[in-house]
Design a protein around this ligand. Sequence first.
Ligand code: CUA
Length: 158
Amino acid sequence: MHIDRLEKRWATVSLGIAGLFVLVILGSAFFQGIHAPSHIETIDSASLHLSGEFAEDKLGVHEDAAGNITVRIVAGRYGFYPQDIVLPTDTPLTFRMVSQDVIHGVHIPMTNMGTMIVPGYVAEVKTVLHQAGAYPLICNEYCGMGHAHMWNNIKVIG
Ligand code: CUA
């Protein structure tokens, strides 16, 4: 089979680029420890409500002694728990979210607070909310018949 010299050259270039991408991905994964930010911590979906940080009495807004605010949310068909969350404006917030069943999404419209909640993993988002007001926190991953009705209430107070 005859392959044109120019064609061979371009094939080499394109394979080289593909190989370079693979090296960059492997390099960043293994040497710099870079991976999807929401997939660092694992958790057992079946028992997360029984003990630990996602037990019912630990959900919602918690401020530690240093003033760091953590918001813990459990997502499940078809709701977010707790249902009502009140947050301060212009304050660093750490959202930690888990699913008790299937993949859910989470998004506060008009803000950069959004991610996917994959069962078995803790999804963490750090953000600051600048605009006071009432927001829905909505599910933006199709999760079943009740998906469109899956939200909770966020009130941001300045
Ligand atoms: Cu939960 Cu869509």
